[in-house]
Unconditional design. Structure first.
Lengths: 173, 499
């Protein structure tokens, strides 16, 4: 009986925590998001409790954590820039300062301005444009880059969803 | 005669080798050793050895084995002499590993391997990281033979030599048996001591290989593997033995894909170096040329019956790259397997990304509402609890808890899938994470545990059930239904739910 409980409470560690990119992203994401949410919670009691702005703040933090956890990709840089430049009312600076972000993201492949040498049919072009809109920074990438960035974007989105779901579940149940 | 071969190849006498390698004490293979090391004019005994070698394969192998192993073993007492000989011993050890493999296959008696093995085992021990203990048992020997080989497979120059080995096997050594090749190879390698990249660049060797027009796909395949092995940019690349040549890097992979296609199509046509405008790894395409410094171009072979100007070639390269990426995405996005054609697949991808983004928005809203109601954001609860996705089966959760070993493999497969699909995520993705169980609590650990338990549920993403039924929660489904009609870029106000 006790052993079952003990088994249930065991944790597993990876000896090489940075090797698995999924786990790496997840870990980073949680480490960004949870303190941010905590701060929001603490500040919330002091400031006005406007639900909408609160939601915005949370959303902002969620996106910020997302962008910060995936520094390897071009879209994360674009996302960061977008988040930082967008006007925000209740911007709580829980995330790192912009200078740090720029430092960290200095090593990344950016979206270069390439001319789209698309030879495919018009339909594909249309879809690519839509894809461009979806992907942060997609406007400035050509087709190849979009395709390569989208893969990582999808995976990170999925991982982010796992984390968010688990957090929500933790707090609701 | 056979000696002519070595005259033609113009091997420079390896004086370095002579100084490093002392003749092994009182072994019949000593003569052979000297011959192998010294000038192409072998002493008379060598002819005897050659004749003997053409008689029986097994015997030759043993001779060569003992010769080469004594080659290896002789420097053991004086390891300090291994300055540039460090590379030599390395190369030779590979050969021995190879030969050992051959020897293993032939089931030679243990006695032949008895003495050399002990010496070579100790030789293996010194510069290698994981030395096998030198024993004289058969099984141990077999193991010893094979374990260095596995280490060799990670050797950077091994790829080149393996390729060259196979090249020689197909080439004009018609009258020779296979076992002659190691000596020849060993000779070459021994002569090009220490400079790994020069193995492939010996012009005379290339002269041997290159004039041979590719008779069929087999040889062209081998020839293709040779330039790949010669890639100068990564002499210490993660090259693995020939079957997996093309899998080191994404670019290399692409080139390999192109190369194989084109070589099959073209048959015996010569390669052309096309200077594409795109960047790429420069690889010596032409075997006749001496090794060039790596250019920044992708060398593409012009296909038969297709335009050969640089523009169309560049286009083709681009298209192939795009096609490969689409394939990767196909694996990633669920339900894409049935769909053929770029447009439809792009449609699916777009839909999927949109749904993911919407879900994230919904979850963040839910999070904010949860934060609203619950002021105490309990991090400890996060830590201590093992959570699961609501859509996943409860069975999975329990499985993850109790039988980590069984699901581990599955998780690893899942990870491998993601790893292989996303070459961009991290360059060196290893599938073997060692898991350690410990009663310590930490956020990272629980996150990992969570992500590991949840990764199997990501298989639901790849299942070909309906895409949008990822969540069994009703409100989520309603959200998805709502979201389909809405522009995903709407403000979150539109998607507010009553909870």
């Amino acid at each position: 009986m006790e052993r079952q409980i003990i088994n249930k409470r065991k944790r597993v560690f990876s000896l090489q925590p940075n090797k698995n990119p999924n786990a790496l992203f997840t870990r980073r994401y949680v480490s960004h998001l949870v303190p941010a949410l905590k701060k929001i919670n603490m500040n919330k009691s002091s400031s006005k409790t406007n639900h909408q702005s609160f939601e915005k703040t949370v959303k902002h933090e969620v996106d910020m954590a997302f962008a910060l956890s995936a520094q390897e990709f071009a879209w994360s840089r674009f996302l960061q820039q977008k988040l930082l430049s967008s006007p925000h009312d209740d911007l709580i600076s829980t995330s790192s300062s912009p200078s740090e972000i720029l430092e960290r993201s200095s090593k990344k492949q950016g979206g270069e301005k390439h001319q789209d040498r698309d030879e495919e049919g018009g339909e594909i072009k249309k879809r690519l444009k839509e894809l461009q809109k979806l992907l942060p920074g997609g406007e400035e990438m050509n087709m190849e880059e979009i395709l390569s960035e989208i893969g990582s974007y999808i995976v990170c989105l999925e991982l982010q969803m796992i984390v968010l779901k688990s957090i929500v579940q933790d707090n609701t149940s | 005669m056979d000696n002519e071969l070595f005259m033609n190849t113009e091997f420079p006498p390896p004086p370095e080798m002579a100084t490093h390698f002392e003749p092994p004490p009182s072994s019949s293979s000593a003569m052979m050793l000297n011959w192998a090391l010294m000038d192409p004019n072998p002493p008379q005994d060598s002819s005897f050895i050659w004749e003997k070698s053409t008689e029986q394969q097994q015997q030759q192998q043993s001779i060569f084995d003992s010769a080469l192993s004594s080659l290896v073993s002789s420097p053991t007492p004086s390891n300090s002499n291994f300055s540039g000989g460090g590379g030599d011993g390395f190369l030779i050890r590979e050969l021995i590993g190879k030969l050992g493999n051959i020897g293993n296959n032939n089931n030679n008696s243990g006695e032949i391997y008895g003495t050399p093995m002990s010496r070579s085992a100790s030789c293996y021990a010194t510069p290698m990281s994981s030395p096998p203990p030198p024993t004289n048992t058969n099984s141990q020997m077999m193991m010893n033979r094979t374990t260095p080989l596995t280490e060799f497979s990670a050797d950077p120059g091994f790829a080149e030599r393996a390729a060259r080995f196979s090249c020689f096997g197909s080439r004009s050594f018609n009258g020779r048996t296979n076992t002659n090749l190691p000596i020849n190879n060993g000779n070459n390698i021994v002569n090009n001591s220490g400079k790994l990249t020069r193995v492939s660049s010996t012009p005379a060797l290339k002269a041997l290989v290159s004039p041979e027009v590719a008779p069929g796909g087999e040889f062209s395949r081998k020839r293709k593997s040779v330039p790949k092995g010669k890639s100068k940019e990564n002499p210490i690349s993660t090259a693995s033995p020939s079957p997996s040549f093309s899998k080191t890097a994404e670019k290399k992979e692409e080139w390999g894909g192109k190369g194989s296609k084109s070589s099959e199509e073209k048959g015996g046509k010569r390669r052309r170096e096309d200077e594409d405008e795109e960047e790429g790894e420069g690889e010596g395409n032409n075997n006749t040329k001496p090794p060039e410094p790596p250019k920044d171009y992708i060398h593409v072979r012009a296909r038969r019956g297709q335009a050969t100007d640089s523009h169309s070639l560049a286009e083709r390269v681009r298209r192939e790259k795009i096609g490969e990426r689409m394939k990767l995405l196909q694996d990633l996005v669920p339900g894409c397997n049935k769909v053929t054609g770029k447009a439809l697949m792009l449609d699916e991808i777009i839909n999927y990304v949109q749904s993911l983004q919407r879900q994230v928005e919904f979850l963040s809203m839910k999070l904010s509402s949860v934060n609203d109601t619950r002021l105490d954001f309990n991090v400890d609860a996060l830590v201590s609890k093992d959570v699961m996705i609501p859509s996943s089966n409860n069975r999975l959760h329990e499985e993850g808890l109790q039988s980590k070993s069984s699901s581990h493999h599955h998780q690893q497969q899942q990870l491998n899938m993601y790893n292989s699909n996303n070459a961009q995520l991290l360059p060196n993705i290893s599938s073997n994470n060692m898991m350690l169980q410990s009663p310590m609590d930490s956020l990272e650990a629980s996150t990992l545990a969570r992500s590991f338990t949840h990764l199997p549920t990501l298989t639901q993403f790849t299942d070909s059930i309906s895409q949008y039924q990822m969540f069994s929660e009703e409100d989520l489904q309603s959200i998805v239904g709502m979201g389909v009609a809405l522009n995903p870029n709407n403000e979150s106000q539109h998607m507010k739910i009553e909870l």
